[in-house]
Design a protein around this ligand. Structure first.
Ligand code: FES
Ligand code: FES
Length: 141
């Protein structure tokens, strides 16, 4: 019973107190913007990341989601998950991780897919603005 209750609380907590809502200037060179939609329901998610070019990590995250409670909770959780991550790691996030953390039911899986699409889209936007960032030289120069 305890765990059944806590999964609902996680969704409700993120839904009622979403983290990192807002936006950043999309023309900033160090900001990547992802804008994605879910064809199934028409919900839309905008996710932005600010990247520290020194180590290719995400220093700041903002989102705005026009969608259902599960989509808002998924994006809120995602912002906490990716802050501090390298772009390489953030690009590997699967929607199933988000759905599992929030215990989303099958009918709400596409809501977490929106969050996965949004972070991938934000990362590719950042790379398109900073083509050299992709060359990660871990050995240093
Ligand atoms: Fe628990 Fe939606 S509130 S899965
Ligand atoms: Fe479509 Fe949640 S119902 S994103």
């Amino acid at each position: 019973i305890e765990s059944r209750r806590s999964y609902h609380e996680k969704v409700l907590d993120h839904y009622s107190r979403p983290r990192n809502v807002g936006s950043m200037p999309k023309n900033d060179a160090d900001v990547g913007t992802g804008l994605v939609g879910a064809p199934a329901c028409g919900d839309v998610m905008k996710l932005q990341i600010r990247v520290d070019p020194a180590d290719n990590t995400i220093s700041e995250v903002k989102f705005k989601t026009f969608g259902c409670g599960s989509a808002i909770a998924s994006s809120s959780y995602l912002t906490e998950l990716v802050r501090g991550m390298t772009l390489e790691d953030a690009a590997k996030i699967q929607n199933t991780e988000i759905a599992k953390e929030l215990c989303l039911p099958p009918v709400k899986l596409h809501c977490s897919m929106l969050a996965e699409d949004a972070i991938k889209s934000a990362i590719s936007n950042y790379y398109s603005k900073n083509p050299n960032a992709k060359v990660s030289d871990l050995g240093g120069t």
